[in-house]
Design a protein around this ligand. Sequence first.
Ligand code: HEC
Length: 114
Amino acid sequence: MTRYRTLLGVVLLLSAIPVAAKEAAVDPASGLKIAPGWEKVRGHCTACHSSKLIIQNHHSRERWESLIRWMQETQGLWDLGADEAVVLDYLAAQYGTPAAPPGGMMRRAPLMPQ
Ligand code: HEC
């Protein structure tokens, strides 16, 4: 009997995992996660290139900011004004880097863009 109860526990646990791992809703057109600020990101950040460039990246807030500066200095990206903080909050929260694992193993910083 105990064995069956254990088995039932395992089955219940496994069936709960997909619910726990459920991701934020995604905008079908851009693929951007729907979270506070996403429309500003869609508005500013998909004018020149696909949102795929954003979605495939995971950067710290500082790194996102330096990418924005790089695009402003070399690619004609405009001043984002008051929207910049909203955009950076969104990027860092939705496409950020995971916190360092307990063992302290960190990946090297990503390579600089060309
Ligand atoms: C004025 C045009 C323009 C706008 C607007 C723009 N970008 Fe870019 N971005 C570029 C260009 C050009 C590249 C280089 C594309 C390539 O290498 O093919 C680029 C590259 C990127 C990359 C890849 C960088 C790498 O590591 O190689 C990311 C990420 C990115 N942009 C994010 C953003 C975000 C976030 C925004 C909104 C704040 C944004 N872009 C808005 C022009 C723009």
